[in-house]
Design a protein around this ligand. Structure first.
Ligand code: URA
Length: 228
């Protein structure tokens, strides 16, 4: 593994500060300071020091939250209630962060982790990570609207959304699966077919679901539970 990644996984500092520390000779590998970001190191084999101490691998954490409406997706805000307020006391708020975001009025599945690599991978557009939303609508949805959503509608930003998958549930409710995460994407996709979202809940993120969870609940999961 690259030395830089090793130190990121120890959580000693940000990637940028780690790179600077390596360049400044503040990092040693088996006593040597002639190292660089790419120096190959192994857990439990090599002895690494960072500013003179031996860092240990940070315990990476993963949680699924069943977000409820009324909370913004941020870890702190001066005036508004945030999803951090929904985390139980025993979770270290300074180490975890949400992967992606849900609007204040949106409910459903929000993943929290301290694993920066996983978060980056899940958000990467090339991954085509599927997100499924339960959507309630103001007006009846037509077959033409469904095929427009499945072919890729043009949003009010002039951006053409990638094709979504629609499961018809009733005249005013659908499951919409998308792979992108543009700002207000689902609301804008429905606006593009002249409808309006009146209730939105994310029910699936990749292979993760809300099965068995109740609104407001937070449960710890393992890295292996996330298929990526
Ligand atoms: N799309 C939206 O419009 N809002 C969300 O919260 C998530 C997806």
């Amino acid at each position: 593994m690259r030395l830089e990644k090793y130190l990121v996984q120890c959580g000693v500092a940000s990637r940028k500060k780690i790179k600077a520390a390596i360049a400044e000779g503040r990092v040693t590998v088996n006593g040597k300071i002639e190292v660089n970001d790419a120096t190959d190191v192994e857990w439990d084999e090599d002895i690494i020091t960072f500013d003179g101490f031996v860092p240990e691998k940070k315990q990476l954490k993963y949680y699924i939250m069943y977000k409820i409406a009324g909370y913004i997706t941020a870890m702190e805000d001066e005036n508004k209630k945030t999803v951090a307020d929904l985390l139980p006391e025993n979770i270290n708020r300074s180490s975890v962060f949400p992967v992606g975001r849900l609007d204040k009025d949106t409910e459903g599945l929000l993943l929290f982790t301290s694993d920066g690599d996983l978060s980056h991978a899940m958000a990467h557009p090339d991954r085509n990570m599927e997100k499924t939303y339960y959507v309630e609508l103001d007006k009846d949805i037509s077959l033409e609207d469904i095929s427009a959503l499945e072919n890729g509608v043009v949003l009010d930003t002039n951006y053409t959304a990638l094709p979504g998958k629609v499961e018809y549930l009733s005249s005013k409710s659908i499951h919409l699966t998308i792979t992108e995460g543009k700002y207000h994407q689902v609301k804008k996709m429905l606006k593009a077919v002249k409808n309006k979202v009146v209730y939105l809940k994310r029910v699936k993120f990749g292979n993760l679901t809300l099965d068995g969870m109740i609104p407001g609940e937070v449960k710890e999961i393992k890295r292996e539970d996330i298929h990526i």
